[in-house]
Design a protein around this ligand. Sequence first.
Ligand SMILES: Cc1cc2nc3c(=O)[nH]c(=O)nc-3n(C[C@H](O)[C@H](O)[C@H](O)COP(=O)(O)OP(=O)(O)OC[C@H]3O[C@@H](n4cnc5c(N)ncnc54)[C@H](O)[C@@H]3O)c2cc1C
Length: 434
Amino acid sequence: MSSNAVRWPESLWAAVTPPGPDCPELTGALQADVVVIGGGFTGLSTALHLREANVDVAIVEAAEPGWGASGRNNGQVIPTLSRPDPEAIVARHGAAGERFVAMLRDSAADLFEIVQRYNIAAEHEQTGWVQPVHSPGRIEIAERRVRQWSKVGAPVELLSRDQTSEMLGSEAWYGGFWNRSGGHINPLALARGLARTVLSLGARIYARSPAISFERRGDRWVVTTERGEISGRALVVATNAYSGEIVKSLVPEIATEVMPVLSWQMATQPLSDNVRKTIVPGRQAMSDTHGELYFARYDARNRLVTGGAVIGPGNKAERLKATLTERLQRLWPQIGEVSFDYVWNGYVGMTADFLPRIHRLGPDAYGWTGCNGRAVALTIPLGRELAKAVRGAPDKDLALPFTRPVSIPAHGLMRKRALLMLLVYRWRDAREIA
Ligand SMILES: Cc1cc2nc3c(=O)[nH]c(=O)nc-3n(C[C@H](O)[C@H](O)[C@H](O)COP(=O)(O)OP(=O)(O)OC[C@H]3O[C@@H](n4cnc5c(N)ncnc54)[C@H](O)[C@@H]3O)c2cc1C
């Protein structure tokens, strides 16, 4: 990437969101108490919580705040992981897993609270998040989730088939898992709003400054960019699924432990008010139980924002448009003609067990990845916990289930094949329906 020009994806969010703050490039040799690499939700939330504790913090961002997954996603604020539920998380991580589950439970509420406290204009709607069940067999997923999440005090309910069709305005689903604390947001506006907030609290953000490397020199971490360097007592690597996408050699142990999978997003034309009232009238965010996920939410202009993944060569955007038009018309025949005004994509970091990976990378150095498409909400309290960690909180007080990085064998080769999993999901999805 050229260090001066930042190309934004042609996304709905980039089209409707006021520009972010002007941030300088990193030049010369600078210092901070904590250096954060990556200006997405994780890096920004870490900086926010550090500034609230009066800690000097500087973010080094390759492009601009929100340029990565944070400004490209569907904006669904979902206080769960994509698949593992509380018992699986605790079975894997013990007491740290219990703290992580509690963090996840409160993550959507935390996000909306920060948006309100700092008056961030990000078109947020805390209308709840629903996971409808696409085949009779998969009602077990909703039942299990309701059982496990109610046990830890989450505001969840099981929806019957009738309740689900009333909530979604469609007969396509068989029941659902309902969490009242979720919702949706304009994610790029959130990222830019967080950036403005951390700057106003005294943090520094260096943009258009890809970190080329970081290393330990004496008792400090030194992050080097093309035109400068910055050292810190502590370091947070918040590059997530983009860890190996801009500078391959930055942090290979993190870049090779996830599969970055391209997820496509599309926004329809604004729906007429009459039609909108019949499709998800309560404006909840929705992602269902298909392995090849069906998901949608409204933006503030009544566009349905949806998407999917696509395999094989050829014009991916056009092929996906055809698939999604057919899908939307099947789910909601009343929608009529569908056109897509915006199409864009971004990388989701997938792990085989759908659990995130959180690491101590050295003395006072931390990093994570593996959002599996579910971390708009999670990254906000995760940043708080990372801020606590760099301030020296003991592990027992952190909701961070640390593991050692483990690379996926033959990562490069597997990456080329990762999308083939979509065929497996399609087969499984179809088989259960039948
Ligand atoms: C298309 C898509 C749809 C999604 N939908 C949802 C959803 O609806 N709900 C949900 O919960 N989750 C969703 N997600 C996941 C969610 O967007 C991410 O989990 C979240 O944004 C991760 O934030 P982050 O700050 O950790 O990473 P990012 O936002 O990716 O930030 C990483 C930053 O690091 C920077 N960077 C990379 N390399 C360097 C370097 N060498 N030097 C300096 N900076 C560097 C990048 O430019 C980037 O800005 C989706 C993700 C995608 C891609």
